[in-house]
Design a protein around this ligand. Sequence first.
Ligand code: PNS
Length: 161
Amino acid sequence: MAATALCPGTFDPVTNGHLDIIERASRHFDGLIVAVLENPAKRPLFSVEERMAMLKEATSSLDGVEVASFTGLLVDYARARGVAAIVKGLRAVSDFDYEQQMAQMNHHLTGVDTFFLATSPNWSYLSSSLVREVARFGGDVVGLVPAFVRDRLAERLGEKA
Ligand code: PNS
């Protein structure tokens, strides 16, 4: 197994599904870099610094997990960090087509390998976009994200209202 792997994503915000993958992946690699995509073309609910802060808080008890951010191509960031493995979670068949395309393109570009972890069934319906939508319309996201993330969602959506 590669010594260090990269677990990339948008994490807007981190969910319990992400944390399931991060925690399980961290057991299989000596190091795991959780890499937050900074995409100036998108307008996320939380800034990259806020997303990183939430990830750091949520993963603080996990050994060997680092939180970082990147812009541009994931493969360039992986190469810059000397990482030859990417870890992604697969929730359902609907994730597979796009994830496979990205994995194959990334492999074509630099030879980096992608390892897929099956998401725990508890979280197969969970996504950051659904969490944002439920919270935006007043639904309770308790149990879907860490309690402090739920609080930050409420604060942010309150500020926007
Ligand atoms: O959490 P997400 O939105 O599913 O994460 C997608 C992410 C960030 C992993 C993907 O969009 C990505 O790697 N973006 C960086 C740009 C890039 O390398 N694009 C080419 C992918 S083949």
